[in-house]
Write a protein that binds this ligand. Structure first.
Ligand code: ATP
Ligand code: MG
Length: 443
């Protein structure tokens, strides 16, 4: 009788362990990524889960003879001897002297886009149309490996700070962030909404767990085609109770970002190198009030008409300003106008025109909005009425306030936005595996 033990025997050797096996024969599995035939040898690059391994074929090494079945994108098991390879920069690299290639699967067609070069060279739309294939390119893939590192860092840091990971419903009875960018859905004859954020639920969980976080998709019906908006993106959210000030939330985010950047530099060094990512150094993050930031923008930029919010050019300017003034890639802008923040935002008791809220600007783009929330029942009901909302429609949300909630607040950080500016992309779609925008729902 066969028994399943939960252990998968490891019959292959990851590239990063090659240093321990010099001179030994090991096996790897991966896709034939690129084949370069020379007169008496051939270089065969094999794309494994994280690295591209250079394998060298020569009749000198073994009795194996290269056949016509070794084609790009074939899945293969390659056996060979580990040897040190020559590098121009003197760094430690290894290659395999091929003893055998076993083809495990043969592709039916040649990829529609060349993916075996250093990078995919084509229009963004062609790249996205062929995403299941273009993502195989090591550089494209590295973007999303790095993105995994960002999420992992966020999770690990918050777990270390006693946050509980949650998942909240994506089919909601109301939109949390207001505005018109909410997707309506027919739910057995009833109109419901796709979650614009986990806001209402993460708040409900503060009296339960005190500190909660969620990494998950949110949906925004953006009626425009911009370089920074997606219709579905990954929001990294947290909410924390018993805060003394809304700056506690900014401190928590700063701690998380420091941890994330350090994790990328250490555990994601191959991707950082491949992408030439400039990982920001964070010691502290400067803060400026919205009103002062607006004055700066008005002084320096022309044609500013919206005095209640920032245009992308203003964010870009503030990003440069923070870099010049403080040497910082990040800037917190605080005390946004009450009129421009959602209904759950706490107004500043010293100046009710503004809120105890903030945005974080990273290299000239907003990546986070956050702030303190209203915890008092009467205050929340009043504010809803003032904004023309019907508190009765929010009965289950208001249970939070009605039955007692501590002072609390939190934030939402857009994963793709952060990745985009970490890697210097001009378009957020480069930082999105399968983007959904006004013109695209496939692949
Ligand atoms: P913007 O002003 O840039 O449209 P927002 O203020 O409407 O963004 P928030 O509701 O504050 O967005 O969302 C919190 C964070 O989620 C943003 O700071 C950003 O990182 C990210 N985000 C918001 N909307 C999108 C979107 N459509 N696509 C990608 N990321 C987004
Ligand atoms: Mg915002």
């Amino acid at each position: 009788m066969q028994e399943i033990t939960g252990v998968i025997p490891s019959l292959t050797t990851p590239y990063r362990e090659f240093g321990k096996h010099i001179g030994e024969v090991v096996a790897i599995k991966g896709a034939i990524h690129n084949i370069r035939l020379m007169s008496d040898i051939a270089f065969i690059l094999v794309r494994t889960a994280r690295e591209v391994v250079q394998c060298v074929y020569s009749e000198e090494f073994s009795d194996y003879r290269l056949g016509g079945d070794v084609v790009e994108q074939a899945a293969a098991k390659v056996t060979g001897k580990v040897v040190k390879s020559e590098t121009r920069d003197g760094s430690e690299r290894y290659e395999l002297q091929i003893h055998d290639i076993e083809i495990l699967s043969t592709p039916a067609a040649v990829p529609p886009v060349v993916i075996s070069k250093k990078q995919v060279v084509c229009d963004l739309s062609v790249n996205l149309d062929n995403r299941p294939v273009t993502l195989r390119n090591p550089k494209e893939r590295a973007v999303f490996k790095l993105q995994e590192g960002i999420q992992r860092g966020f999770r690990e840091y918050l777990q270390s700070q006693n946050f509980t990971e949650i998942h909240t419903p994506k089919i909601n009875f109301a939109g949390a962030e207001g505005g018109t960018n909410v997707f309506k859905l027919d739910y057995f004859g009833k109109t419901v909404f796709l979650a614009q954020s986990p806001q209402l639920y993460k708040q409900a969980l503060v009296p339960v767990f005190e500190r909660v976080f969620e990494i998950g998709p949110v949906f925004r019906a953006e009626h425009h085609d911009t370089s920074r908006h997606l219709n579905e993106y990954i929001s990294m959210d947290f909410e924390m109770g018993y805060i003394d000030s809304f700056t506690d939330i900014m401190n928590m985010e700063t701690g998380a970002l420091k941890y994330i950047m350090n994790l990328l530099k250490t555990e994601y060094a191959p991707e950082v190198e491949l992408l030439k990512a400039e990982i920001p150094e964070i010691t502290s993050i400067p803060c400026i009030k919205f009103k002062e930031a607006k004055e700066l923008c008005v002084k320096k930029l022309k044609n500013i008409t919206d005095m209640k919010d920032f245009e992308p050019e203003e964010e870009a300017f503030l990003g440069k300003w923070a870099k010049q003034q403080f040497g910082s890639d990040f800037l917190f802008v605080t005390h946004y106008l009450s009129k421009k923040r959602p209904f759950y935002t706490m107004d500043d008791p010293d100046d009710p025109e503004v809120t105890l809220s903030f945005d974080l600007i990273f290299r000239g783009i907003e990546i986070t909005s956050g702030g303190q929330r209203i915890h008092d029942y009467n205050m929340q009901v009043e504010k809803m009425k003032r904004l023309g909302m019907n508190p009765e429609e929010f009965e289950t949300y208001l249970m939070l306030h009605k039955y007692g909630a501590p002072p609390h607040g939190g934030l939402g950080l857009g994963l793709e936005r952060l990745t985009m500016h970490l890697l210097g992309f001009k378009n957020v779609r480069y930082a999105t595996m399968f983007p959904r925008d006004i013109n695209r729902v496939t692949p």
